[in-house]
Every structure is written in structure tokens, then in C-alpha cells.
Ligand binder design. Structure first.
Ligand code: ADP
Ligand code: SF4
Length: 686
């Protein structure tokens, strides 16, 4: 039974000619599958509808080959051949009573046309943003007429595919309707340039075109960026207010957010839940149409508050719907404590960036609904009465325990320390990373409810203990530790010999080691940890130099939209950054580096060095057990497996996935070498 305080979340909302059954709106989000993997895409959207989202949207949907965003794989409605792939999604969303929405776009100068090889088009001549370093040509009146026609035709195709809501997209600095609004991209002197009214003309026309084309049966939504946060060079809130006033009642729904994507999907390290409220809270005062907003909402109280205070009408969500496709249903069923809350790590974004199926730290089934048959809220029952011992309660061990326990196995989880969570518990104490603790909290909460699971804290196990325990299967999830010798990508051999003074690893810092004076951080890892160490040191009052073997700090973090925020933060706290330098030595007071390109030696003095290079698996226990394989049968052990960081250190997402996969595959069918369904689109065009 749901809490009556949340009743308001389940009120229907009229969106033009269609009605959403509640206020939960899965806004468009990329997923790395798009038109390339339609079955996977449809199955992923289906679980959202099944989980109670009243509206389930596609990602960006290209309307024409001249707006091709390759190599990114988004949705596509170039012509009628693209309809069946999206019909698949619509049918699945409808089967659960949801409305399907499609976000039509022509990305103009922010397309790439890498695939189509068409010449890019833009409001005015300008450099391309993606693809080759070529230029987009300024559109003439014929181009504008064509663009409007392509958009109309794509809207009709969307309606044919079964979509209930057709989006006009003017957000994220990614679509022509927005580019015409931007003074920096639109230097026209005709009726489409100059005054704001002129710059907004195309947006207004496309909205009216779309209404005329499909508005009889489809709701028409406008996704609109209210601020680019770059000052006068971009769309500012002042201009945005005028635009909203100009077209206020034309769309059937306003979906408003910040641009660019890194501001919209800002990582939790840099902004809390509901952070967009002050930027969008005026929109409702200018329109009577329903307003959708996002803010990584996972708390039903925050959602209710935003609705009651008139900030938004519908709870927009991409990430919270990825981390828990069943979020609405859990609120409806009075299972709020079961919500698997998004941690704001943006590993989901990396699927789009790397053009591979979406993955999620919290939800290991994300992207695997079709190809592995994994479901975010159900798992098949145990197929034996096996008794399983899991060693180590980090994300890998916790997820294995939870999922095996949910299947009904008798599970025993042994953890060396008093606390559960492993690296997540430790990293969540670092600046900005508190929400990562949700990986631990959700799993511990679920495990607590399982009567078939026993948890033993302060129980460091050795091989003898395990052989005595009498488990049918043993899962070793003992984690990893950061190397102190600075070996990593850029070194051919360990750089710092054991016993050299004033060396601290990230583990030492997380254990509370004191910092002093000038701290040198050496980043050969390229993700978040070195920048977090720099923040810790700066907060401790130290002067900090962050040296990296790469040509820029934290380069991989662009895949999670962290990069710009990390750079700004490091500049703000006064961290000095030195790129393109590989560590060659540390004598306790001086670090020597070799420059990647000049080969010159550089020396940086410091009181402490923190090498952030790579981790070593804690695989001693696993190797001991392997060495005693001859004793397993007598101990009743059928298998011993090492998972997560203890096998090969990686992301928290890798550890969760490894734990989940172990639980899914136990007693499962042998699927041979390829352990998942493939997209076999074997039809050959005649
Ligand atoms: P992962 O990311 O793979 O889950 P973590 O490093 O987060 O790995 O977690 C590993 C956990 O295993 C830590 O909490 C650690 O205390 C625990 N652990 C390590 N060795 C043992 C052991 N021999 N017995 C029990 N627990 C262990
Ligand atoms: Fe949230 Fe991280 Fe999952 Fe993305 S990957 S939905 S940010 S938990």
C-alpha cells in the first residue's frame, strides 16, 4: 500500500490528446544501443514501462542523413525502413500501459555526418563540433524549408511507429532548433537571425508544423534548455524566459533543463538531487502546459515537494530510471526503502560515449534485458540446494550475496572488517562521493530482509577456515589495494622502491593518513581518484601539484561528464597541474619526471607523493584455495571462483556486475562460448 502522501505522484496528466497515467516521465536518454541494437533497446525501454513510468522516451532520434550523429548510435527515422525498429519499442511500452515518446532532432553543426558524408548545415557558416575538422555551411531558405519538411515527415513516421508523444528538441546545444536561438551560432541577417523573435522563428515554425502533422493524436513536447551557463555567448535565462513566453501554449508539454549535457546530467560529486530547481522554477508561471524537469530525483518526498510548490508537474528522470526502472512501482507499492537509488556516477553515460550497450553501477541488468534476459526486479529461483560462501563484502560480494539470496540459496557472507561495503564504504567518505555509499546501503538493506542469508562481520577467512566451513560453492570477492611503487601504464618497472619514505597510497589516505606541506599527486590512472586525492590534500591545507603522464588530467572522465567539473574544481582549490610527465623516481623529497614529448627531465620537490597508478588484486586467498584444489571434494566444495576487484580491479560497476553475473549463472545452462544473445540482422538489402 502506498503512503497517501505520495498519491499526488500517481495523478494522471493530460499531454495534448494523450494522457499519462501518472507523473513519472522517463525523459530521453542515450544508451549506446539505439538503431544498431533495436531488440536490446526495446527491451530496456520495456522494463521502464513495466516499472511504472507513465512516459518512456527514446534518446535523440535523427530525422535525416544530413544530421547523422555517427559514430554515436542513437535512434533514427530517416525513412520508413526505420519504423519497425522503433515500433518494437512502442509496442512493448504500450503493453504495460505506458506512453512512448520520440525525441526528433537534426543536429546541424553538432551532427558529424561521418556515415552519410553529407555536408553539415548550420544557421550560419561555422566549424563543426564533432566529426572531421570541417565546416558546416549556412542554410539558405531552401535548406530551412527542407529541414521543416524532414521534421514533419519524421513526426509522421514516429506516429506510424506508434509514438504517443513527438518531441521537438532544443536543448543540450545539439539541435538546429536550439542553434538558431544561439547568437554565437546564428549570425543571419534575414528573418531567422538578429532579434530573439527572429532567432526563435524556426523553433516556433517547427512546433506548429509538428502539431499540424501529428497533433490530432500525438502530444507534442518541447525539450528546451533554459540556460547554457556560459553567459552572454549562450542562451541565458533572460532570453529563455522570452522564448518560453513567445511559444508558451504551442507545445502540449514543456521538458526543461540546463545545457550542455554535462550541466544537465551533472555527476553527484558536483551537485545534489534537485539541483536544477533554481534554474527552471519560473517556467510554470509562463505556461499552462505541464512542465517536466529533471534533477536525479530518487526521493519521493523531494518529488512531491517540487510538485506541490509548483516547480514542475511531472518527475523527469533518466538516471534514476536507469538505476531503478521500478522506482515508480516501488513508491506505488509502498516499498520506498527498496528503491535502488542512482549514485550519480555517470557510468551509464559512458555507454553512449563508448558506443556500447548502456551499463549502470547500481543496476547490473541495465542493457542486459534482452541479450542476457536479466530483469531489474526479478531473478530466477534457485535450481539446487547449494550452500554458498561469499568472502568479502565489497560491491562484488554484496551483490553476489543479495542476488544469490534473492534466488533462494543459503548464503553466508564473511567480511574481514566490521563494516560492509568494501571500497564503496571507503570511497564514499572522500569529498563529493558520499552518494556512492548507496551501492552499499541498498544491498545491505535488501540482504537484511533475506532470512536465508547470514552475514559475519570481523571474520577474515583463510583457506583452512573455508575448507572447514562446508560450502558447496565459494565466491572470493576480496578486493584490491592501490600500488605504492607507482608501476602502471607509463612505467616499464616499479618506480618507487619499498621503504622509500613519504609515499602514501589512496588507501592510506582513506585510512586517515595525515598530509602535510606540499603534496605531489601522480596520476597514471586517468579517472577520478587522482583529482579526489588532490581535493583531499587541498582541503587539508596542503599545496598540491597534480602531475599526469597523460596530456591532460583525468582524461577518461570525459566519458562520465566529470571532466569539465573536475578541471574547474581543481582550478578553484588551487591545484597546480603538470601534464605529459611520467614519473621516473622519488627519493623521499623529490620526484623526477620525464616529459613525454621533449624527453627532458623535470624535478618537483614535495613532502609527500601519492601515486595513483593501478591496483593489485587481493588474490592471495584465492590462490591458496586453488593450490588446495585436491582438498575441495572432501570439504564438499564444488567450485571456487574469484570475482570483482580480486580478479581484476576495475570500476565499482564492474564489481557489481561480476557479483550479479555470478549469481545469475550459478546452476544456469551452459551457453557456450558466447554467453548472450546477439543481434543477428542478417537481412541483406537487395
Ligand atoms: P570489490 O570491489 O571487488 O567488491 P572491495 O575491495 O570493495 O572489492 O571489497 C573487498 C572486501 O573484502 C573488503 O571489505 C575486505 O575487507 C574484504 N576481505 C578481504 N580479504 C578478506 C578475507 N580474507 N576474508 C574476509 N573478507 C575479506
Ligand atoms: Fe546512476 Fe551511476 Fe547508474 Fe548512471 S550508472 S544511473 S549515474 S548509478
Amino acid at each position: 500500500m502506498r503512503d497517501p502522501r505520495y498519491d499526488i505522484l500517481f495523478e494522471p496528466v493530460k499531454i495534448g490528446p494523450v494522457t499519462a497515467k501518472n507523473r513519472f516521465f522517463q525523459v530521453p536518454h542515450c544508451n549506446g544501443m539505439g538503431h544498431g541494437m533495436p531488440e536490446s533497446h526495446a527491451a530496456m525501454r520495456e522494463v521502464k514501462a513495466e516499472g511504472g513510468w507513465a512516459v518512456v522516451s527514446t534518446e535523440e532520434c535523427e530525422i535525416h542523413p544530413s544530421g547523422d550523429v555517427s559514430p554515436y548510435v542513437e535512434a533514427r527515422l530517416w525513412d520508413d525502413h526505420d519504423i519497425p525498429a522503433l515500433k518494437l519499442m512502442c509496442d512493448k511500452v504500450h503493453a504495460h500501459g505506458g506512453l512512448a515518446a520520440v525525441e526528433l532532432t537534426h543536429n546541424g553543426p553538432t551532427a558529424s555526418n561521418l556515415f552519410s558524408r553529407e555536408v553539415l548545415i548550420a544557421p550560419s557558416h561555422q566549424p563543426s563540433k564533432y566529426g572531421y575538422p570541417a565546416q558546416a555551411r549556412g542554410m539558405d531558405m531552401e535548406d530551412i524549408r527542407n529541414y521543416r519538411r524532414w521534421h514533419r515527415e519524421a513526426a509522421i513516421r514516429g506516429k506510424k511507429a506508434g509514438f504517443d508523444i513527438i518531441y521537438v528538441y532544443a536543448a543540450h546545444d545539439l539541435s538546429l532548433a536550439m542553434h538558431f536561438l544561439q547568437k554565437r551560432r546564428n549570425h543571419r541577417t534575414d528573418e531567422y537571425g538578429g532579434s530573439l523573435e527572429n532567432r526563435a522563428r524556426l523553433l516556433k515554425e517547427v512546433l506548429i508544423d509538428t502539431k499540424e502533422a501529428v497533433g490530432d493524436t500525438c502530444g507534442v513536447a518541447l525539450r528546451f534548455a533554459v540556460d547554457e551557463l556560459i553567459g552572454a555567448g549562450g542562451i541565458t535565462v533572460e532570453e529563455a524566459k522570452d522564448v518560453v513566453a513567445m511559444v508558451a501554449e504551442i507545445p502540449d508539454l514543456w521538458d526543461v533543463n540546463l545545457a550542455a549535457w554535462y550541466n544537465d546530467s551533472i555527476p553527484s560529486r558536483f551537485a545534489p538531487e534537485g539541483a536544477q530547481e533554481p534554474f527552471i522554477n519560473w517556467v510554470k508561471s509562463l505556461t499552462t502546459k505541464p512542465v517536466v524537469g529533471v534533477g536525479r530525483f530518487t526521493s519521493p518526498d523531494t518529488m512531491v515537494s517540487q510538485i506541490r510548490r509548483g516547480v514542475i508537474d511531472m518527475i523527469g528522470a533518466a538516471r534514476p530510471s536507469i538505476a531503478d526502472p521500478f522506482l515508480p512501482k516501488k513508491i506505488e507499492d509502498g516499498r520506498v526503502e527498496d528503491i535502488r537509488e542512482c549514485i550519480g556516477c555517470n557510468i551509464c553515460v559512458s555507454g553512449d560515449m563508448t558506443i556500447t550497450p548502456i551499463r549502470c553501477t547500481q543496476n547490473p541488468s541495465m542493457g542486459e534485458e534482452w541479450r542476457k534476459g536479466w530483469h531489474p526486479d526479478r531473478i530466477r529461483k534457485a535450481e539446487s540446494d547449494a550452500r554458498i560462501l561469499v568472502v568479502g563484502a565489497g560491491p562484488a560480494g554484496l551483490e553476489a550475496t543479495r542476488a544469490l539470496g534473492s534466488r533462494g540459496y543459503e548464503v553466508h557472507l564473511a567480511e574481514a572488517t566490521r563494516v560492509l561495503g568494501g571500497r564503496v564504504d571507503r570511497e564514499a567518505k572522500l569529498p563529493g562521493l558520499a552518494e556512492w555509499g548507496r551501492v552499499r546501503d541498498w544491498r545491505v538493506g535488501q540482504i537484511d530482509k533475506l532470512t536465508n542469508v547470514s552475514v559475519y562481520r570481523e571474520s577474515p577467512l583463510a583457506a583452512d577456515d573455508i575448507l572447514e566451513f562446508g560450502a558447496s560453492h565459494v565466491v572470493v570477492a576480496t578486493g584490491s589495494r592501490w600500488r605504492a611503487d607507482a608501476f602502471g601504464r607509463s612505467a616499464h618497472a616499479p618506480v618507487i622502491s619499498e621503504g622509500t619514505p613519504n609515499v602514501l597510497t589512496p588507501d592510506d589516505i582513506m585510512d586517515g593518513a595525515a598530509l602535510k606541506g606540499h603534496v605531489v599527486i601522480y596520476d597514471d590512472d586517468y579517472f577520478y581518484m587522482a583529482s579526489v586525492m588532490a581535493e583531499v590534500a587541498a582541503k587539508a591545507g596542503c599545496s598540491v601539484t597534480l602531475v599526469t603522464s597523460d596530456d591532460t588530467v583525468a582524461s577518461w572522465s570525459s566519458n562520465t561528464l566529470d571532466y569539465r567539473h573536475i578541471m574547474k574544481r581543481l582550478h578553484k582549490v588551487g591545484v597546480k597541474m603538470l601534464p605529459s610527465l611520467s614519473l621516473t623516481g622519488w627519493d623521499g623529497a623529490k620526484a623526477a619526471f620525464e616529459h613525454s614529448w621533449s624527453g627532458a627531465e623535470e624535478v618537483v620537490s614535495g613532502d609527500i607523493i601519492i601515486p595513483v597508478t593501478m591496483r593489485l588484486p587481493n588474490d592471495g586467498l584465492y590462490l591458496d584455495l586453488k593450490a588446495r584444489a585436491a582438498d575441495w571434494a572432501d570439504a564438499g566444495i564444488a567450485s571456487v571462483k574469484v570475482i570483482g576487484d580480486a580478479e581484476a580491479p576495475g570500476l565499482i560497476a564492474h564489481a557489481v556486475y561480476a557479483g550479479h553475473r555470478y549469481a545469475q549463472e550459478l546452476d544456469g545452462p551452459d551457453r557456450g562460448e558466447v554467453k548472450f544473445r546477439r543481434h543477428l540482422h542478417t537481412a541483406v538489402t537487395p
